[in-house]
Design a protein around this ligand. Sequence first.
Ligand code: NAD
Length: 360
Amino acid sequence: MNFNIALIRGDGIGPEVTNESVKLIHKVGETFGHSFTFNEKLAGGAAIDAFGVALPAETLAACKASDAVLLGAVGGLKWDTLPGDQRPETALLGLRKELALYANIRPAILMSELLAACPLRPELVGGGLDLVIVRELTGGIYFGDKGTVTDDDAGVSAYDVERYSEAEVRRIGIIAFDMARKRRGRLTSVDKANVLESSRLWRRVVTELAANYPDVALNHMYVDNAAMQLVRNPGQFDVIVTNNIFGDILSDEASMITGSIGMLPSASLTGGNFGMYEPIHGSAPDIAGKGLANPIASILSAAMMFRYTFGLAKEADAVERAVKHVIGQGFRTPDMAGNESVKIVSTSELGELVTAAVGQ
Ligand code: NAD
């Protein structure tokens, strides 16, 4: 069977890590008898340089016409002085909104082989870590009304509005409950209902949904407590569901517990099969072009694409096994070195090792 993938390599380390997942996807095709066709397009800083806009219409059209989108990362110092509405990152918000990708799935798994790279004491993570953050992606403060007003006394004030509808909370809540049901049956809804009206609505709607999921144990947690619990006792979490901004922050925190932000993949879904797959990290301008970037987040994003969009579960398992195998052999990019004696390899060397391990 042939699958069509819109490929956006992006900026900084985006092209370096994406190269590795493209190699791996072709290897999966050869091993399991599928073909994957890539339609390569620009977005972010590279598109600003070529076309003057972060998200060209042609890129958006190619994404809409494909089965899935694979993205590296966008942004960089070169474009940091542009006004907010013209920066590379607007391409991400545009893609999420235009493709209706409202559910962002971010697994955080600490492999036992990477315990030494985890900044928490072993007794805090000894029981392992395997959680999923389900982040609402097309609503809330990132998409709400924003602007500035000038007042004679106070000078300029700026505002960003956090706003959620019942329908928006319900659809992301359903994704999270369904996921918890397929995992260990525990769902933590994170909000700030002691202060925010939008969070009180969030909590009410999630609580109402719980009646349909008697097999899922729901608890609510304030975001400040959740940030603390993630480093105090991360093993207590199974699935976390939260709004756009809290999910953005908590998933970066969770990523550090797994050893490196370079390990964490993500899927952004529509509720149907279509999805956009990307590492949770950014374009890492500090290490771009040096062969230092960890390609595993991108490779595991490809595994999520096999599982969620293409329905290729055994291919996804094979990729995840290959990653574990290579890490088990002691190969690391510098970000996940920890304090063990490990074999440090470059981005492409690690990618090739994982690709070679697929199907072995
Ligand atoms: P970042 O994730 O790019 O980097 C944070 C730190 O993690 C850096 O020290 C970096 O070297 C390291 N890091 C990130 N990915 C790594 C990898 N695969 N391997 C090894 N180390 C890795 O975040 P930032 O520095 O805040 O942002 C840099 C640029 O990326 C900015 O322009 C930002 O707007 C953009 N950004 C883009 C996305 C995206 O495209 N989805 C997400 C976040 C940030």
